[in-house]
Design a binder for this molecule. Structure first.
Ligand SMILES: *Cc1c(COP(=O)(O)O)cnc(C)c1O
Length: 416
């Protein structure tokens, strides 16, 4: 039996109508994922290799190593099929749905990254797929909407509320509750009611297993620290999980510090997404966790320059590991992330996702020329590059022009 909680976090805060679906899924998780019934995990790993391109490389970043006077390695999840870590989870859940005899997939998406990964996995496994996406997000993310359609998925616009991720999750839960018999809900991060946080983590934990093997081969030991960005926290826990028991490895979860670490109670907004660093306990999307909320306990609207980190909650397991002192939550602001985006692109030839750029910016904050050096990262540092930045080019051009960035190429020349 898997427990539903991580310390005081997690649980199953869902309406009664969803309990049968949650129980059926918990049973399937325990049998197929934990016990490898019918060889589920073997098929999953084989498909991750053949369709996904695993294992992804672990690469020494030569210029960053020189700049920071350390051995800096990059875990290249940007090279996974689809350009981000998200396929690990999407493929795992769609395959599980097939083992469970389900005939239809639904999923929510914010910026469209999870929607595109799910649509890809569903096409690969020949499952009909519907994606719920806020109307505002559909307008902002046209290429991703088109990608989902190309892979044969239907995209359902959500018009309630502000028409963004939070409302899209609620709509998908509603669809699932109505169609539990034949439908599986592929949730996009280590959030939601049990068993999702554990199950999604398990599908991503291949990242940390490959880091352990790769670093062992290259250095003969374990890394001193792991650094990953945290929105919901799935790439973070995927990176950390296998090494959580190795207490000598420091774990840093880098959140989006946005513009400023405040909450505006009047407007119900926060210009950041740092729920682990600054949030308080509450219940969101079926789980107790750390959240950004106002003085009345209302969830506030979060912000980040990277849409994938723009979420007011975070996975319950990360909240727990932070309270335990095992994971250190840190944050970097939008400008630092943009600078890190340009730095990696120019010095290493890798254009990272804006989400991943947050993890890279943390190294600069700690070890760069103007660093405050608050934390000890040790000698061998692994940064998870959770995705590639092609999807962010429009946003980067716009945000770079607004700022006077040291590391940025002149965008003006490009317009002449
Ligand atoms: C979605 C996304 C994230 C944030 O999601 P987590 O669940 O926090 O990992 C980070 N990086 C990339 C590239 C993403 O697409």
């Amino acid at each position: 039996m898997s427990t539903t909680k991580f310390g005081e976090y997690g649980g199953q805060y869902v309406p009664e109508v969803l309990m049968p679906a949650i129980e059926e899924l918990t049973d399937a998780y325990e049998r197929y994922v934990l016990d490898n019934e019918d060889g589920f995990m073997d098929e999953f790993r084989e498909r991750l290799a053949d369709f996904g391109g695993r294992p992804t490389p672990i690469q020494r970043a030569d210029r960053l190593s020189e700049r920071y006077d350390a051995e800096v390695y990059l875990k290249r999840e940007d090279l996974l099929h689809g350009g981000a870590h998200k396929l690990n989870n999407a493929l795992g859940q769609v395959l599980l749905a097939r083992y469970m005899g389900k005939e239809r997939i639904v999923a929510e998406t914010g910026a469209g990254q999870h929607g595109t990964a799910t649509a890809m996995a569903a096409a690969h496994l020949d499952m009909p797929c519907e994606i719920y996406m806020g109307k505002r997000d559909i307008r902002r993310q046209r290429p991703n909407v088109f990608r989902m359609r190309l892979n044969g998925a239907e995209v359902n616009p959500v018009t309630v509320g502000r028409g963004t991720l939070k409302e899209a999750i609620n709509e998908t839960m509603r669809d699932w509750a109505t169609n539990v018999e034949d439908t599986h809900y592929v949730i996009g991060s280590i959030v939601g009611p049990h068993p999702f946080p554990r199950m999604v983590r398990d599908f991503h934990s291949v990242i940390g297993e490959e880091i352990r093997d790769g670093v062992q081969k290259k250095t003969g030991g374990l890394p001193d620290s792991l650094v990953a960005c945290a929105g919901g926290g799935s790439n973070t826990m995927g990176t950390f999980h296998d090494l959580v028991p190795d207490e000598e490895v420091s774990l840093f979860a880098v959140e989006a510090g946005g513009d400023e670490l405040v909450v505006d109670d009047e407007e119900g907004v926060a210009p950041h997404s740092a729920s682990l660093s600054t949030g308080s306990e509450g219940v969101l999307h079926g789980a107790r966790t750390k959240l950004l909320q106002d003085a009345d306990g209302q969830i506030v609207e979060s912000h980040s320059v990277s849409s994938g980190l723009d979420y007011a909650g975070v996975g319950p397991e990360l909240s727990h590991l932070v309270d335990e002192g095992r994971v250190t939550p840190v944050n970097v602001d939008d400008t630092a992330a943009l600078e890190a985006f340009h730095r990696l692109s120019r010095t290493e030839g890798i254009i990272p996702a804006l989400e991943s750029a947050h993890a890279l910016a943390f190294l600069e904050d700690e070890l760069g020329p103007d660093a405050d050096g608050e934390h000890d990262l040790g000698e061998v540092i692994v940064v998870n590059v959770s995705g590639r930045g092609d999807k962010d080019l429009e946003a980067v051009i716009e945000e770079t022009e607004k700022r006077d960035l040291d590391a940025a190429p002149s965008m003006e020349v490009m317009y002449e």
